[in-house]
Design a protein around this ligand. Structure first.
Ligand code: UDP
Length: 378
């Protein structure tokens, strides 16, 4: 029996490994251990822990490492606490392998702890390029990991250039696309969405758009201005809008404060419904029905390329990430965003794009994991 410890630190991370976990659950020789940390612990983004339990998994350990004081020390301190906690957990539990997901700032705590402790480490989504601190963290996770599940051929090539061994890099697509594929089989049913509470105005879920805009941690001083601009665009557009609360990153409070002040001071737009979080499949079903998504979330680029939802991607957060035909990029400038929105609304839905996988990645990755023998990087 081999124990694989999955470190899940944010809602986005769970949707990235859900189908891998589903497949591994069926394997008798594998024991799944799930450790939740950082923003997974707080309820700001809905209770993802409950969703994990509902899906039939146990939470092995919870790490309360989030330093809530939002200044420049917050991400380093939060990561530091997680290194201490995870190394204690690993020495006691002795997992055979550790699974590290993508590029959020705190994910590096898992790869640091596991590699110092000689525990073979698997990393998902290496080799991609984006803006933000995420890019450095993703590359650091790659260097600290022994096996790599990448999502595109270009990512594989980049890892080879970084010196990773070819036979330890597997391009089996992105498991978040598996959920996108599942969402294609589910008919949009408005009554399912009525359970989601939020603030702002109630909407009819008919002719609507989705907004998801995160702070850009290395452009923190621009945050409030950018949210104001985006709010003006949405206000002028006057369509039903579902505006999601941002991820927990440096600058989240600035985004939230600006949204709140705009919401309270604006009487003109009664069409915006602000929601914390949708369960992963529901979110994708919602995006299939949405006219467009506006913001800077990876979902506009990854899952929306597969489901064909037009995306207006603002600013540098997703710079250089491989994108399909569904994305129009623009700077955080009012007229540029408006131009891109107009074009996407006119265009309508795009054809499905398989850039990030065919929707069967979780099963393929699980099949590969069971073959690993626990080799450490030479
Ligand atoms: N997501 C979700 N529910 C939500 C918002 C996002 O399940 O209410 C998922 C989304 O489908 C995607 C992931 O979270 O797989 C990434 O979204 P996010 O914008 O949170 O993070 P990013 O990757 O841009 O840092």
């Amino acid at each position: 029996m081999k124990t694989i410890c999955f470190i899940i630190s944010a809602r986005a991370s769970y949707s990235r490994v859900k189908t891998i976990l589903d497949s591994l659950k069926k394997e008798k020789k594998i024991k799944i251990d799930i450790v939740v940390t950082t923003s997974m612990i707080i309820n700001k983004h809905g209770n993802v822990i409950d969703n994990i339990k509902k899906d039939g998994f146990k939470i092995g350990y919870k790490i309360h490492n989030l330093v809530s004081d939002e200044n420049l020390t917050y991400q380093a301190k939060t990561t530091g606490i997680a290194i201490v906690e995870l190394s204690n957990y690993f020495i006691n539990k002795k997992p055979d392998m550790v699974f590290v997901i993508a590029d959020r700032f705190e994910t590096i705590s898992a790869s640091i702890a596991s590699s110092y402790m000689n525990i073979p480490t698997i990393h998902l989504q290496g080799g991609e390029i984006t803006g933000n601190i995420d890019n450095k963290v993703r590359n650091a996770n790659t260097c600290l990991s022994d096996y790599h599940f990448v999502c595109t051929d270009k990512s594989r090539e980049r890892l080879i250039k970084m010196g990773e061994l070819k036979d330890r890099i597997f391009n089996l697509g992105c498991p978040s696309i598996d959920l996108a594929k599942k969402s294609l089989e589910i008919k949009f049913n408005k009554s399912k969405f009525l359970k989601y509470t939020g603030v702002g105005s109630k909407i009819k879920y008919e002719n609507f758009i989705v907004v998801l805009y995160h702070p850009v941690t290395n452009e923190i001083n621009e945050t409030r201005k950018n949210i104001r601009t985006l709010f003006e665009v949405i206000n002028d557009l006057n369509m039903e809008t579902i505006w999601l609360w941002p991820n927990h990153d440096l600058g989240t409070d600035l985004v939230s404060k600006e949204i709140r002040s705009k919401r309270e001071n604006s009487k003109s737009n009664n069409n915006i419904f602000y929601v914390k979080h949708f369960d992963s499949i529901d979110f994708l079903v919602l995006l299939r029905k949405a006219k467009i998504i506006i913001g800077n979330s990876s979902v506009g680029i990854r899952e929306c390329s597969f489901i064909g939802t037009p995306a207006v991607n603002i600013g540098s957060r997703q710079n250089n990430r491989e994108r399909g035909r569904n994305v129009i990029d623009c700077s955080p400038n009012k007229s540029e965003i408006q131009k891109a929105v107009k074009k996407q609304l006119q265009n309508g839905r795009y054809k499905n794009d398989y850039l990030y996988g065919d929707g069967e990645s979780g099963r393929k990755i699980a099949n590969q994991i069971i073959k690993f023998k626990g080799i450490l990087k030479p």
